[in-house]
Design a protein around this ligand. Structure first.
Ligand SMILES: C[S@@+](CC[C@H](N)C(=O)[O-])C[C@H]1O[C@@H](n2cnc3c(N)ncnc32)[C@H](O)[C@@H]1O
Length: 221
């Protein structure tokens, strides 16, 4: 069973309450969506997909969790299917915009997943990713698991929504997002570091650090 199958309902309701500021920040970094074909990778219950559809986009979404996809399908705002971000079930150069919000840190291979997103984007298309910040990963690894190595390919225990949900995510580094293979296929045209306490657990009280980052790439034409 996929991890999110276990707490799909709790995640969806926590998301509705706590994360809208973060989402709005991400939406503002997207191009105009009216009439565009957009894919949301790791779409969860379809919260963002519904927003993209409300802006006039034709929306596709994939997620590994069958429960999350069933919830997304209930929104009836796009085409949703169970698939992994490491191997997207779409032809190359299909989408104007490819997004992924707080999902790519689950990837077994982050550069490979970004390359998949780039592959399915049209030349000149936008790939926008909101990812858990590697600093947050490292601090959670240190505090929750006692692992002190930034580079270790480790599993990291993470808590969200006032510790109501425990997640196991994979270790990743900044280089995963800036890998030469990625930057040869797409230009990075935006990079931002942000904090979203209390949605993310503040692992050391009083310590402020970036919890997520936004990266926007444009596929080389
Ligand atoms: C933190 S949730 C974010 C969901 C949604 N993007 C949102 O913001 O509400 C992470 C999502 O990534 C999905 N996921 C994890 N590993 C994945 C993979 N390899 N391929 C596609 N989706 C994956 C999970 O099932 C979960 O729905």
């Amino acid at each position: 069973m996929e991890e999110y199958d276990q707490f799909a309902n709790e995640y969806a309701s926590g998301t509705e309450d706590l994360e809208q500021t973060t989402r709005n920040c991400f939406y503002c970094r997207l191009p105009q969506l009216n009439g565009k074909l957009i894919l949301d990778v790791g779409c969860g219950s379809g919260h963002d997909a519904a927003y993209y559809a409300s802006r006039g986009a034709e929306v596709y979404g994939v997620d590994v969790s069958e429960k999350e996809i069933a919830m997304a399908q209930q929104r009836a705002c796009g085409v949703f299917e169970v698939a992994s971000m490491e191997s997207l079930p779409y032809p190359s150069e299909m989408f104007d915009v490819v997004t992924s919000l707080y999902a790519i840190q689950h990837a077994k291979d982050v550069p490979q997943s970004i390359l998949e997103m780039i592959r399915v984007a049209k030349p000149g298309g936008v790939i926008a990713i909101l990812a858990k910040h590697p600093f947050r990963n490292l601090l959670e690894s240190y505090v929750n698991d006692g692992v002190l190595d930034y580079y270790a390919k480790r599993e990291v225990t993470s808590y969200i929504f006032n510790k109501s949900i425990k997640l196991i995510e994979r270790g990743h580094t900044m280089m995963d997002y800036l890998a030469p293979s990625v930057l040869q296929s797409a230009q990075l045209d935006l990079f931002e570091e942000k904090t979203d306490f209390p949605a993310s657990d503040q692992v050391i009280s009083g310590l402020t650090y970036p919890t997520y980052m936004i990266l926007r790439y444009r596929k080389v034409s």
